[in-house]
Ligand binder design. Structure first.
Ligand SMILES: [Zn+2]
Length: 273
């Protein structure tokens, strides 16, 4: 994150549990220092992007902070609502989601497909990503920590739903955005799964990305269970193939990003309206 932005958000940590105030606060901070400078996010701007390029999101927001104080960054692209929310690497041992989100951000520079509102959270579990560990820094699997009806208290799921700052940040974002579709990117099963009224979208993504469609079942306290079963909103889980994040397969990211763009552009199915 650019130094000015890090300083600007430093004073906002006290409001990390409320996404609205943080997003608003950082948006104001970004406006104060200049949107172009704020958008030039060094974690996102990397090869093959040209030097000095910026991620052309309408605005960048901090939706919360990890257990170790790392900002959880979201990129907001304005457009027709309901929007589509794309989440990468909620499991830190699955870096392919963050990489794919970064490619997608670059592809969104010319606008969103079908003029859709799109929100992208490339690194939902920044502490886990730094360690390449599935759980967050407190040892909780964030994808078992949501307030779904099937939540189970456990050492991996946490003592209670939303016990973790990262899951609270995503919870607030989903409640605020009320997206028309959530896509959560995992690995390494190499399948497309879904919960809630997302059948058509899941078929679209599976066909475009050339992975089989397979129902994995409602997992305790997962984001899929909460969004799909509890909220009744469509959610697609993209399980990238094993090794998707290796540099040797970098060329495939463009194909993956194209498949996501096609899915975003897919007409909203009647089942989800
Ligand atoms: Zn996963």
């Amino acid at each position: 994150m650019c130094q000015l932005t890090r300083e600007a958000v430093g004073g906002l940590r006290g409001c990390a549990t409320r996404a609205t105030s943080c997003i608003l606060g950082v948006w104001i901070a970004c406006a104060a220092i200049g949107a172009a400078g704020c958008a030039a996010h060094p974690e996102i701007v990397r090869e093959p992007m040209p030097p000095g390029a910026s991620v052309p999101a309408a605005y960048v927001g901090i939706i919360g902070f990890s257990a170790e104080g790392e900002p959880i960054v979201a990129y907001f692209f304005e457009g027709r609502e309901p929007g589509i929310l794309i989440i990468g690497s909620i499991h830190g041992s699955e870096p392919g989601g963050a990489t794919l989100c970064e490619h997608l951000l670059w592809r969104l520079r010319d606008g969103t497909p079908d003029d859709r509102r799109v929100v992208v959270v490339p690194k939902a579990n920044p502490d886990g990503l730094l360690r390449l560990r599935r759980e967050n820094a407190r040892g909780v699997d964030l994808n078992r920590n949501f307030p779904a009806a099937n939540f189970r208290r456990s050492s991996t799921g946490g003592p209670e739903p939303l016990s973790e700052p990262e899951s609270r940040a995503l919870y607030d974002l989903v409640r605020e955005e009320r997206p028309g579709l959530v896509i959560s990117i995992h690995e390494p099963l190499g399948v497309v799964d879904y919960d809630g009224p997302a059948t058509e979208w899941a078929h679209c993504l599976a066909e475009r990305i050339r992975l089989p469609l397979r129902r994995l079942g409602a997992l305790a306290g997962s984001m899929g269970s909460w969004v799909g079963e509890t909220l009744g909103l469509p959610i697609v889980t993209l399980e990238l193939p094993r090794g998707a994040a290796r540099p040797s397969t970098a060329a495939s990211w463009e194909a993956y990003a194209s498949a996501l763009l096609d899915t975003i552009a897919w007409p909203e199915p009647a089942e989800a309206k």
